[in-house]
Ligand binder design. Structure first.
Ligand code: SF4
Length: 629
């Protein structure tokens, strides 16, 4: 419940709750409002809808190989000319000497060097991957990519493909500054404009290179230009779904000579910009509070204003410091963890693709991020526990590592840890069908032998169930490739079939993929094989919980289910719009599932346990699955 002091914000709140995207006018209304707390609360609501209580960070290192730049952007306090006494150039060996095995990501950007050869850049990425295979390389802004393309007379595609081949994972989001021709002419007229920046990121996305996006604000731009910037990013994200995160960057005036009313942006403006970014960029999963520029204190507040990422340890950052940022050069990982815990969030150490690696909080309940867990969670109040929401496979990974105390976990992940966890009386069960675990195929199932199947990167159990049916029952020999299968942007035409699960599978329900004429509900195939329901996920708790604590949780779950199914099922409009289904269709879907584990369910789990053991014994199956991200 938000008590709006500015009533103009109420229609915006209604749109957000209905899953309707905000317009340019809404953006201007938000920037024109003094009701900062209400804007923050709306952003925090959307943040929690997207990622629950998680706040991400990465153990990373910033490298700027040179500060020599052929350009002289007015606002840049970092670049110098070759003859400057402050000029520096790093060799690849010097770059390698700054890395270590603890790092998960290296972030490389720098000046546009007049003399370096193309081999230097490709060699840099290659050598990093050779010496530190675990480190993911995020390198070269669109401005640098454009510079390489012109200097080395190669197309953008060729530049990006060669870098990808060398080991580049993602592009950083810088270089765009603000998408305004007026500002570009005034502050960085030699640099690429919005059109070229967007074009380069679009090409990167088409080549499977994800990227980030930034917006430099707090200099000479107007609120209209900020909102336009956000809308352009949202449009490209609709087309490509290739952006991982958005980072609003507060301008650091330093010695740039750009005269401001106040030297630094105000805390209010920073928080408002983070919140408005969260609200307008409804198709971005992550909004970053870049603590280097914001200060640690403000970044902490931003975690309740729509931001769900603190970037990382950022060892060795120079650009912001040369411009006068006041935060320490290297914020210890522990400090980041404390900031996040103090904001009552879950610190999540991640990799470059936002896959969670470790959680740094106690008392965590795991929740699969699909609508089918709503009957449990809509009315559930787990006092003193924080909820961590993720797709089944990510959640399963953290569960197996021991970070999850209780929760609804994919069946095969539970089977891996049966000795440490106790089964409760609840789960997600498909009876004669499930509707949200579907194999789409170009050919009838009987003809799938020797084919290649794309497998959703979110599945644990459904993949094993598919293997059981196709390999053990049908006797097929198949190849699998893990893919991000998204309703929003999916190019699966080169596969013979694909397996989609959860909310994405539901989004396909009324919009079947044209080329894939045949679709198979895996719960239905299991039922036809074993005459039993199939248990996809189970509620489980750590063995350390006492009998009475387990009973208490069982009771909470039972009450929650009863409340949910008692009378008419009420689904928030936000979910309906997200899933592209009517409330009747979602109610039918949820009513069709079973949530209690009874005799048949236990029998089915026992049969599947044996099958799963058989599958694990077969090395071939593992060899045939290519993990690609
Ligand atoms: S902003 Fe980038 S391109 Fe412009 S002068 Fe600085 S380093 Fe060079």
């Amino acid at each position: 419940m938000i008590h709006f002091r500015d009533k103009n914000l109420i229609p915006i709140w209604e749109k957000l709750q209905s899953g309707i995207e905000l317009t340019f006018e809404d953006g201007i209304t938000l920037y024109g409002s003094n009701d900062i707390l209400s804007i923050g609360k709306m952003a925090h609501w959307l943040q929690r809808e997207k990622v629950g209580d998680a706040v991400f960070f990465v153990v990373n290192q910033k490298i700027e190989p040179t500060n020599i730049c052929v350009l002289s952007c007015k606002f840049c306090d970092f670049a110098v000319k070759k003859t400057s006494p402050e000029a520096y150039e790093m060799t690849i060996e010097e770059i390698l000497s700054k890395l270590n095995d603890e790092l998960m990501e290296v972030h490389i950007t720098g000046g546009l060097h007049p003399d370096w050869e193309w081999d230097y850049y490709v060699g840099m990425v290659k050598e990093i991957k050779k010496h530190f295979p675990k480190i993911d390389v995020k390198a070269f802004t669109a401005v640098e990519i454009d510079f390489f393309s012109k200097k080395f007379k190669k197309s953008i595609e060729d530049i990006l493909l060669e870098l990808k081949e060398a080991g580049l994972r993602t592009l950083p989001g810088g270089g765009a500054e603000i998408f305004s021709e007026r500002v570009r002419r005034s502050l960085f007229n030699q640099k690429i404009g919005a059109k070229r920046w967007l074009e380069i990121h679009k090409i990167a996305h088409s080549l499977g290179i994800k990227s980030n996006a930034t917006m430099l604000y707090g200099h000479v731009e107007t609120f209209e230009e900020r909102v336009n910037h956000l809308l352009k990013l949202r449009d490209l994200q609709k087309e490509t779904n290739g952006f991982l995160s958005f980072i609003p960057l507060a301008f650091q005036p330093g010695d740039t000579g750009i005269k401001m009313r106040n030297q630094f942006t105000s805390a209010i403006d920073d928080l408002r910009t983070i919140a408005i970014s969260r609200l307008i960029l409804n198709n971005f999963d992550h909004i970053k509070a870049y603590w280097i520029m914001l200060t640690e204190e403000l970044a902490a507040v931003a975690l309740n204003f729509g931001a769900n990422d603190l970037d990382g340890t950022v060892g060795g950052e120079r650009i912001a410091h040369d411009a006068g940022a006041i935060t320490p050069m290297q914020l210890a990982k522990n400090k980041l963890i404390n900031i996040i815990n103090d904001a009552n969030k879950i610190p999540v150490e991640r990799d470059i693709y936002y896959r969670p690696l470790k959680l740094y909080s106690e008392k965590i309940v795991g929740k699969v991020s699909y609508i089918n867990t709503l009957p449990f969670f809509q009315n559930l109040n787990f006092n003193n526990y924080k909820i961590f929401t993720a797709p089944p496979r990510q959640l399963g990974f953290l569960f197996k590592e021991g970070f999850i105390d209780a929760g609804i976990i994919s069946l095969v992940d539970y089977l891996e840890k049966e000795s440490d966890y106790r089964l409760l009386k609840y789960g997600i069960v498909g009876n004669k069908n499930v509707k949200s675990v579907i194999l789409y195929s170009k050919v009838p199932l009987e003809q799938l032998n020797k084919k290649c199947i794309a497998v959703s990167d979110e599945t644990s159990t459904s993949f094993r169930l598919m293997q059981a049916i196709l390999e053990l029952k049908q006797g097929f020999d198949l190849n699998y490739i893990r893919e991000k299968i998204s309703y929003r942007k999916t190019n699966l035409s080169h596969f013979d079939a694909f397996l989609t699960i959860g909310d994405d599978a539901l989004k396909f329900m009324n919009n079947k993929p044209e080329q894939f004429k045949y679709h198979y509900d895996l719960a239905q195939l299991w039922y036809e094989w074993k005459s039993l329901p199939f248990v996809f996920a189970v509620w489980t708790v750590k063995n350390t919980l006492s009998e009475s604590q387990c009973e208490e949780i069982n009771q909470l779950l039972e009450n929650s289910l009863k409340k949910f199914f008692d009378g008419k099922i009420e689904i928030e409009k936000f979910h309906l719009s997200n899933l592209k289904l009517s409330s009747g269709e979602i109610a039918d879907y949820l009513n069709n599932l079973t949530y209690r584990i009874g005799v048949d369910e236990i029998k089915s789990i026992n049969i599947f346990r044996e099958i799963y053991d058989q599958l694990k014994m077969s090395n071939k199956n593992i060899m045939n699955l290519i993990e690609r991200f």
